[in-house]
Write a protein that binds this ligand. Structure first.
Ligand SMILES: [Zn+2]
Length: 85
């Protein structure tokens, strides 16, 4: 099974950099390079709704229809980053 980012649900093998980075420079196995850098979230103030809108926007920029983006982002609230909110 492909691992997905626990913040935005992007498949990790689609991440050009192979994952985010921890503060010590090691690769994060949980978060992609767009969400997580140097041990911190790149958009720390995002709500889950903002993350979904952001992802739909990113996907539509790549030519994906909005309804497909909506389907892809539906699982985001269940990811580890958002579970305790
Ligand atoms: Zn991500």
């Amino acid at each position: 099974m492909t691992r997905i980012c626990q913040s935005c649900s992007m498949p990790m093998d689609k991440d050009a950099e192979g994952g985010g980075t921890e503060a010590d420079g090691t690769r994060s196995g949980k978060y992609c390079s767009l969400c997580y850098k140097d041990g911190a979230f790149t958009q720390p103030d995002f709500t889950v709704e903002e993350m979904q809108d952001f992802c739909i926007e990113q996907l539509s920029n790549k030519g994906l229809p909005k309804f497909m983006g909506w389907i892809f982002t539906r699982s985001i609230p269940r990811l580890e980053r958002w579970r305790n909110r």
